[in-house]
Design a binder for this molecule. Structure first.
Ligand code: PMT
Length: 402
């Protein structure tokens, strides 16, 4: 996949710069055209001449070193690239990108590029675990930057832990894998539900739940990035999403979600219900604000429609996936829902576990298909979980069950 690709390799200052020279060499050997940008600090560790010799291209370190008067170098390079890689990426360059700071050749070019950007961090283990670094990485991930996790092991600072720049061969294969599956959902029409529903009691009060919509939105984003045409039916959430392949339909109540999902169902290839739908709603919705009374009160509830079950009953060729938010015996209950609702697969999240379920940026899940095969997905960002779920779904759809 990297043959003939135009690759910008951004090198920031850390001892792992020596590994970046091996990366530049391997990429060039694979047939990629590589242009290297170095920070001043990176040039303290390995000279630009090393990268120039390995890539047979000039190396850029200074924003004002305009090699061609007809062009502005950092914009020209940003537009030229198919792919950008920052390896090693220090806490400093990660912070600059997360804050839109552009004060040297590397940061200005990375801010200007529209290419896919892969970031391979390398730093001391305590720096890597610092909340500021974690927050900056999350921010960048939300904006679509791809991270290649550092490895565990002996660090140049003397500590042992996470923070070693991933090996060049691994960086290349992670990018290769990502580029290959880039558009593997192209041509597919996907319907996704996200968020909570709100069931009104009166004009100012409602029943709802803790769903933030993050899991469903992550699925929509992952599917669109892989080329699918996505319809996202969402309950009330405060997330913004803008992607030309995502059509968003906002709903409030379980009934509105039922109507929208059923209306959109025909002609879809994959349908995923990540929404947390209310099982009950007030039997009576008061048209004016209910007055306080002395003593207790009782609100009578009635069942809402089970949207997923209704879709399972009218399913034709759609690959139908449910989610199950469980606290006790999650797999057992998940399997029960898979059968009862006629699903092709269910994603079970044990919402009692730290790092899983409602509101947070990460999830931990088990994907179970209708044959009963299970894949455990370890704690990862909701976007990463979404990507892994589409891998599972695609394999099951290709009659190559997991
Ligand atoms: O939004 P986040 O904060 O990111 O949190 C993500 C999540 C925890 C909400 C998500 O990962 C999740 O588990 N969603 C399903 C939650 C849920 O309602 O599970 P359930 O076990 O009650 O329902 C099982 C399935 O039936 C779900 O696919 C649900 O959408 C569907 N259902 C439920 C009730 C109903 N009336 N109609 C339905 O379609």
């Amino acid at each position: 996949m990297l043959n003939q690709k135009k690759i910008l390799l951004g090198v920031s200052g850390g001892i792992a710069v020596y590994k970046a020279s091996a990366l530049a060499s391997k990429l060039t050997q694979l047939g990629a055209e590589v242009k290297v940008l170095m920070t001043e600090n990176a040039a303290e560790f390995v000279t630009p001449l090393t990268f120039q010799a390995l890539t047979r291209n000039p190396v850029y370190t200074d924003t004002f070193d305009e090699k061609n008067p007809k062009k502005i170098a950092h914009i020209d390079l940003a537009d030229w690239a198919d792919i950008a890689i920052i390896a090693p990426a220090t806490a400093n360059i990660i912070s600059k990108l997360a804050h839109g700071q552009a004060d040297d050749m590397l940061s200005t070019t990375m801010l200007a590029t529209q290419a896919d950007v892969y970031i391979a961090p390398a730093m001391n283990v305590h720096m890597y675990e610092h909340p500021a670094v974690i927050q900056n990485m999350k921010q960048l991930e939300n904006w679509g930057y791809h991270f290649i996790e550092p490895g565990d092991g002996y660090l140049a600072c003397g500590y042992v832990g996470r923070g070693r720049l991933e090996e060049p061969a691994e960086i290349i294969s992670a990018i290769d894998r990502h580029q290959q599956k880039d558009l593997d959902l192209q041509g597919k029409k996907i319907l996704i539900s996200a968020g909570p529903t709100k069931e009104m009691i009166d004009p100012v009060r409602f029943f709802s739940n803790r769903s933030s919509g993050k899991m469903g939105f992550a699925l929509a984003e992952a599917a669109a990035e892989r080329g699918a045409e996505v319809t996202l039916v969402t309950g009330p959430v405060s997330i913004d999403i803008r992607h030309p392949l995502i059509r968003r339909i906002d709903v409030v109540s379980a009934q509105e979600m039922y109507d929208a999902m059923n209306e959109q169902f025909a002609g879809k290839d994959i349908v995923i219900k990540a929404a947390a739908v209310a099982d009950y709603r007030p039997k009576e919705v008061h048209t004016s604000k209910m007055k306080k009374k002395d003593g207790d009160d009782v609100i009578a509830l009635e069942r809402t429609e089970d949207i997923l079950k209704s879709l399972g009953e009218r399913k034709e060729n759609q690959f139908l996936v449910g989610f199950a938010a469980e606290t006790d015996s999650p797999i057992e209950y998940g399997l029960g829902k898979l059968k009862k609702k006629n699903l092709d697969a269910i994603v079970v999240n044990d919402v009692s576990r730290a790092g899983a379920g409602f509101e947070g940026d990460t999830n931990i899940a088990t994907y179970i298909n209708k044959l009963g095969s299970q894949i455990d997905l370890q704690q990862a960002t909701k976007k990463q979980i979404a990507m892994q779920l589409f891998d599972c779904i695609l394999r099951d759809m290709k009659d190559d069950p997991i």
